[in-house]
Design a protein around this ligand. Structure first.
Ligand code: NAP
Ligand code: ZN
Length: 352
């Protein structure tokens, strides 16, 4: 076991602050990674502030961060896929049982014994796992990903959550040429959703509450932009969508989007607001429409997504910040003031 620097929240109401945490020494199959960049996901904020109390209560201290890229510093004796000096990435998962039906399908995210990167029971050290707002992390090589060499590292970090969370449902629901696809909420997830929908060849429509994001949405690959608070603009699209990805972090009217689906169309929720959202039966009955959800993606699909991004030169649009600005970044996330992902330059932690 060794000590490493981190930023943690001590309670739901305390700002994140400098801390020291324990990491295990790498065992046989482990890879130790010096963290270079870590993206800031709205899930970090939800959990640091215990907003998912009813589903995933937070244990403190909480060290968030599950969009990790870095360099391998040490490997266990049985590691074959990585060597010191390699670039490596870690997303939202650090372990699973490897034997259940979901693991056999490469859906480790649905394994009943999956271990999430932070705020999950740590079977090695006890307590809970600690995420990427830290100097280093130790992860079984099965959960370590390869970063394509041509990608900017800060822009690649958010692919590990925002990337896979939008890529996976779009692949699952057949987003591609000839399909009309909506993306709701132009934040970290949403802007990656727009890039993927565009890259897959779909007619892509962004729904935003922020009129000042219109130009950006078009630049990111949208064919059309709808200001979702304008009822007339919304009505024009009634009954016309094959698929809509809802990536909104706060309470909103989901029926407004279900009503935009054509028969047999699907709204997939990836956003995870704190409170339940009412669904009108008639929105679904009319046209046999579906409402579904999606959680990140499996490890093999995450690697597939990273390779796709390497081939198509896709990264996240990031605002790189020092760790000392993390609390300010959280405040800005709550105001939808992010273009379009904060990414922490972890070199800044060395000053603590
Ligand atoms: P984010 O960067 O903060 O973006 C959220 C966007 O939602 C905002 O930029 C804003 O877009 C829109 N929005 C915010 N408040 C709104 C409101 N009151 N009404 C309507 N729209 C509003 O967040 P993120 O990191 O992309 O995460 C989005 C959600 O996905 C979070 O709940 C997060 O926990 C969840 N998540 C889920 C998974 C999964 O596996 N399912 C993975 C990662 C994250 P506009 O300005 O364009 O309106
Ligand atoms: Zn995330």
């Amino acid at each position: 076991m060794y000590k490493t620097k981190a930023y943690s929240a001590a309670s739901a109401t305390s700002p994140l602050a400098s801390d020291k945490i324990n990491r295990r020494d790498p065992s046989e199959r482990d890879v130790q990674i010096e963290i270079l960049f870590c993206g800031v996901c709205h899930s970090d904020l939800h959990q640091a502030r215990n907003e998912w109390q009813s589903a995933i209560p937070t244990t403190y201290p909480c060290v968030p961060g599950h969009e990790i890229v870095g360099r391998v510093t040490k490997i266990g004796s049985a590691v074959t896929k990585y060597k010191p000096g390699d670039l490596a990435a870690v997303g939202c998962l650090v372990d699973s049982d490897g034997t259940c039906p979901q693991c056999k399908l490469d859906h480790e995210q649905f394994c009943p014994n999956a271990t999430f990167t932070y705020n999950a029971p740590d079977k090695h050290l006890g307590g809970v796992t600690y995420g990427g707002y830290s100097d280093s992390i130790v992860v079984n090589e099965r959960f370590v990903l390869r970063v394509p060499a041509n990608l900017d590292l800060a822009g690649a970090a958010p692919l590990l959550c925002a990337g896979i969370t939008t890529y996976s449902p779009m692949r699952h629901w057949g987003v591609g040429k000839g399909k009309k696809v909506g993306v709701v909420g132009l934040g970290g997830l949403g802007h990656m959703g727009v890039k993927f929908a565009h890259a897959f060849g779909a007619h892509t429509v962004v729904f935003t509450t922020s009129p000042n994001k219109k130009e950006d949405a078009l630049r990111l690959g949208a064919d059309e932009v709808v200001i979702s608070r304008n009822a007339d603009e919304m009505r024009k699209h009634a009954g016309s969508f094959d698929f809509i990805l809802d990536a909104v972090s706060a309470h909103h009217d989901i029926n407004a989007y279900i009503n935009l689906l054509r028969p047999d169309g699907t709204v997939t929720l990836v956003g995870a607001p704190e409170q339940p959202m009412p669904v009108s039966a008639f929105s679904l009955l009319m046209g046999r429409r579906s409402l579904s959800g999606s959680l990140i993606g499996g490890i093999a699909e995450t690697q597939e997504m990273l390779d796709f991004c390497g081939q198509h030169n896709i990264t996240s649009d990031v605002e790189v910040i020092p760790i000392q600005k993390i609390n300010e970044a959280y405040d800005r996330l709550l105001k939808s003031d992010v273009k379009y992902r904060f990414c922490i330059d972890m070199a800044s932690l060395k000053a603590e």
